[in-house]
Design a protein around this ligand. Structure first.
Ligand code: NAD
Length: 441
């Protein structure tokens, strides 16, 4: 990306003439805060979402990508070349994130690796004095998520979690409407992901890793086992050693919006029913069908995941995963495409106004990476702090633990543990393969 100067930056935002007339300090828009210095960013995990995050971040004037790190050397080279073509500068390339983090010119790091790597790489990055944008779920266990909160605060780093709905005006406005109280008391919340992919996920034999892939480093702290294509790029998310299936993938995004809308952090209890009911013989370990029920005291939360048609109850306009808040006077339903209010009726009269669908109108990811960029400069907490990331990961992981144990679990938020089941507590913390160690503070 050719580096933009300040004038071009403002022009891109459609405020060029205003910018020539007013000093920047008088421009009353969060989106055009002054960059104080260049922010040199680096990316660990260059394939999927990490790459999307990097390209979004680089839309901000005053940013440059100085380094990339990946264990797939072929992909790493392709990405380095793409960046060189786009920006005229070739980033340094690394296969070991610890060498990458020694780079003094690096201010901030995006972590786009599979979930089982997030805790090690995030805590190492904080200890190395870098600010961090870490993908969701922030970790593959509740214990790791708690350590990551400690690391961010101990090293005083700006940490943004990739739950980008937190910066998207579409979600912010819908939740603000909910909080006006016009729907009355919210007694139940439903969140769902009906996805129409993952049906033909056939079992394939173990094989040699692709040329140029450091498979042992890809596994990292996870159990050693032969390479299998199904457990690798992209589809690692359906295997417990690396991720938590649809629950920690889509679930984290949607459950986060429930926590934000209801101003709560953790449930009192959770139970779950499900299994590999739709595709019992496919390659995935994680359930294709799962319903988890959480008790938050004042309201209940029901999460449903299934692989069917890609539908969105209440929101026929689009089949995105979503959330519905069910109140005394109406239901507010929202997904990434739109939100609307369905009023309840009594004696033929609506109890609240009908709100027709309001569509998403801006790129939420760009808002989120810009918020990270601004906070690197201002040193303020970003829109999705590590604590917010921990809470969403915790709720999702608890749902998976309830499913895996088949028990109703009580959560003790003070002790950060399950109070009624010792076996279930064994899922809270991962067992790392040597030489990798859980961060010790
Ligand atoms: N926020 C969102 O909307 C969103 C969307 C999709 C994925 N995600 C999250 O992003 C993360 C990555 O998912 P993905 O689908 O992009 O995965 P992916 O498999 O496409 O990419 C992961 C990359 O990390 C690399 N990698 C693995 N171990 C590494 C290591 N030790 N050091 C350096 N690189 C390593 C892999 O080689 C690969 O290039 C997951 O945590 C996922 O939940 C978030």
């Amino acid at each position: 990306m050719a580096m933009q100067n300040r004038r071009t930056f403002l022009k891109d935002l459609g405020v060029a003439s205003l910018a020539t007339a007013l000093p920047l300090s008088q421009l009353n828009a969060k989106s055009i805060s002054t960059p104080h210095k260049e922010v040199n960013i680096g990316l660990i995990g260059v394939r999927g979402m990490g790459w999307a995050n990097l390209n979004s971040f680089l839309k901000n004037a005053g940013t440059a990508c100085v380094a990339l790190c990946d264990v797939d050397s072929q992909l790493l080279e392709e990405r380095a070349q793409e960046l060189e073509t786009k920006t005229g500068k070739r980033p340094k390339t690394f296969s070991d994130h610890r060498e990458f983090l020694k780079l003094k010119s690096l201010h901030a790091v995006i972590i786009g690796t599979p979930d089982h790597w997030h805790c090690i790489q995030m805590t190492d990055a904080c200890a190395a004095g870098k600010d961090v944008y870490v993908e969701k779920p922030i970790a593959n266990s509740i214990a790791e998520a708690n350590l990551m909160v400690q690391a961010a605060r101990k090293y005083n780093r700006v940490v943004q979690v990739g739950q980008w709905q937190r910066s998207d005006p579409h979600w912010i406005e819908a939740l603000a409407y909910l909080k006006t109280g016009v729907l009355g008391r919210i007694r139940q919340v439903k969140a769902w992901a009906d996805v129409n992919y993952g049906k033909g996920f056939d079992v394939v034999p173990d094989s040699m890793p692709p040329a140029g892939v450091d498979y042992d480093r890809w596994l990292g702290p996870a159990k050693k086992r032969p390479f299998n294509q199904n457990r690798f790029h992209g589809s690692f998310r359906y295997f417990w050693d690396y991720a938590g299936g649809l629950m920690t993938d889509w679930g984290v995004h949607m459950l986060d919006m429930v926590l934000a809308g209801m101003d709560v952090t953790t449930p009192k209890s959770v139970m779950a029913i499900g299994g590999k009911l739709a595709f019992p013989d496919n390659a995935a370990e994680t359930p294709d069908t799962l319903t988890t029920v959480y008790d938050f005291g004042d309201f209940s939360l029901v999460w449903e995941q299934f692989i069917a048609m890609g539908t969105s109850p209440y929101l026929e306009e689009s089949g995105e995963p979503g959330v519905a808040f069910i109140g005394e006077k109406g239901i507010l339903a929202i997904n990434r495409a739109s939100w609307k209010v369905l009023p309840l009726q009594e004696d033929g009269k609506y109890l609240t106004e009908v709100l027709p669908p309001r569509r998403s109108y801006i790129n939420g990811l760009d808002e989120h990476t810009r918020n990270f960029f601004e906070c690197i400069q201002s040193r303020k907490d970003p829109n999705c702090t590590i604590e917010i990331g921990r809470d969403a990961a915790l709720v999702a992981h608890l749902g998976n633990i309830a499913y895996r144990t088949g028990k109703k679990l009580e959560w003790d938020a003070m002790q950060s543990q399950i109070s009624n089941d010792a076996e279930a507590n064994s899922y809270l913390s991962p067992i790392y393969r040597a030489p990798w160690k859980l961060w010790e503070g």
